[in-house]
Design a protein around this ligand. Structure first.
Ligand SMILES: *[C@@H]1O[C@H](CO)[C@@H](O)[C@H](O)[C@H]1NC(C)=O
Ligand SMILES: *[C@@H]1O[C@H](CO)[C@@H](O)[C@H](O)[C@H]1NC(C)=O
Ligand SMILES: *[C@@H]1O[C@H](CO)[C@@H](O)[C@H](O)[C@H]1NC(C)=O
Length: 357
């Protein structure tokens, strides 16, 4: 009887400590059977130590955390979601997330991270989603995402990325969405997307891409959406897009300074006839060059400029053909004349032979 009362008392104490967050770092709110720890806007400058081991979602957004030291979350191995957006993180030290073998989503957007070291991704074996938008990344190399082979969604929007080494994305063969909008890419070298066989969405809008190498999109055999809007492309190779071997892909190309010469128009005419490619914003494409066509819609100049060119080409072709034909006819006549002369000679020789016989 006495023991039961003690037990009851203990349980009551536990319940009250839960409801008042006694197991929880001050500033955090631990709820939902201690599966959620909400610690946002609490002024933390480092990851808090006292978060229940049962926590599956830890929200540390809107604090002032500066770095993520090694094994920062070693007592929270059950975490599935870790939110660290809107802090002041400039470095994730090697192994900062190393114990989080169940973590599925990590949000590090709106921080000041300028480099991803090899140790950054150690231990994140089942991570599905990584948000890194609005940081200070400038380059990606083969170590940046080394241990993220389960990643499906990567958001790198709004960094200053201008170089991507050929093997940077290679470890992420399960990746489905890659968001690279609003960075500083100027060219797409073939090979940078070579291992992304599962990639469905590739968003490259708002960069400074002027050049796309012909084979660069070829490995992306699952791609359904390619967004190249708001870049610096004035021309494209037909083969760059022809090499996309998918079932169906939507391509966005608005907001580029197109040079609407006849080459470009030919390329687009051919592209639009490819059944599996959908140029969704074709009717919105505007010309920047040549100067007379500035801010015209590409589809409007379609008939004006190039028909004129076609007519010119046709006239030149016809002129050349006529000249050649005339020359041939003249040549034939001359040959016949000469032949006539010569055939008389043969006749004569024949007669001579005849005489001999
Ligand atoms: C972030 O850190 C820098 C120095 O590392 C400091 O100057 C700045 O005030 C901090 N910003 C916030 C919002 O804490
Ligand atoms: C990428 O991050 C930005 C900024 O946080 C956000 O607005 C956008 O919705 C994100 N995109 C995806 C697909 O997660
Ligand atoms: C074309 O531009 C208009 C006006 O900017 C916009 O409303 C529309 O969504 C665009 N169409 C496509 C297919 O992007």
């Amino acid at each position: 009887m006495k023991e039961a009362a003690v037990l009851l008392l203990l349980l009551a104490a536990e319940a009250s400590s839960r409801s008042h967050g006694g197991w929880c770092e001050p500033g955090c709110d631990c709820r939902g059977d201690l599966k959620f720890a909400i610690c946002s806007r609490a002024g933390f400058t480092r990851p808090p130590g006292r978060v229940p081991a049962t926590t599956e979602l830890l929200d540390l957004s809107d604090n002032h955390i500066l770095t993520v030291p090694p094994r920062s979350f070693s007592s929270n191995r059950k975490l599935r979601v870790l939110l660290l957006q809107n802090n002041n993180i400039s470095a994730v030290e090697d192994g900062g997330f190393s114990q989080l073998e169940f973590l599925q989503k990590l949000d590090l957007s709106w921080n000041r991270i300028s480099a991803l070291t090899e140790g950054f991704s150690i231990g994140l074996v089942v991570l599905r989603e990584l948000q890194l938008a609005h940081n200070r990344l400038t380059g990606l190399d083969s170590r940046s995402f080394l241990h993220l082979d389960g990643l499906q969604r990567l958001n790198l929007t709004g960094n200053g990325i201008h170089t991507i080494q050929v093997r940077a994305f290679a470890p992420m063969s399960s990746l489905r969405q890659l968001h690279l909008e609003n960075n500083r890419l100027t060219a797409l070298r073939s090979g940078i997307f070579s291992m992304l066989r599962s990639l469905e969405v590739l968003n490259l809008a708002g960069n400074r891409i002027a050049e796309t190498e012909m084979g660069v999109f070829k490995p992306l055999t699952s791609m359904t959406l390619l967004n190249l809007a708001d870049n610096q492309m004035s021309a494209v190779y037909f083969k760059t897009f022809l090499s996309i071997h998918t079932y169906s892909t939507h391509i966005l190309l608005e907001g580029n300074p197109w040079n609407c010469d006849c080459d470009l128009q030919r390329v687009f005419r051919k592209l639009r006839s490819i059944q599996r490619l959908f140029l969704d914003d074709y009717f919105n494409l505007t010309c920047q060059k040549p100067p007379v066509l500035r801010s015209y819609l590409l589809m409007d100049v379609d008939t004006e400029l190039c028909i004129a060119e076609t007519v010119t080409v046709l006239i030149i072709t016809i002129t050349v053909v006529i000249t050649v034909l005339a020359a041939m006819v003249m040549g034939e006549r001359k040959r016949k004349k000469r032949k006539k002369g010569r055939s008389g000679g043969v006749c004569w020789t024949g007669q001579v032979t005849g005489i001999h016989e």
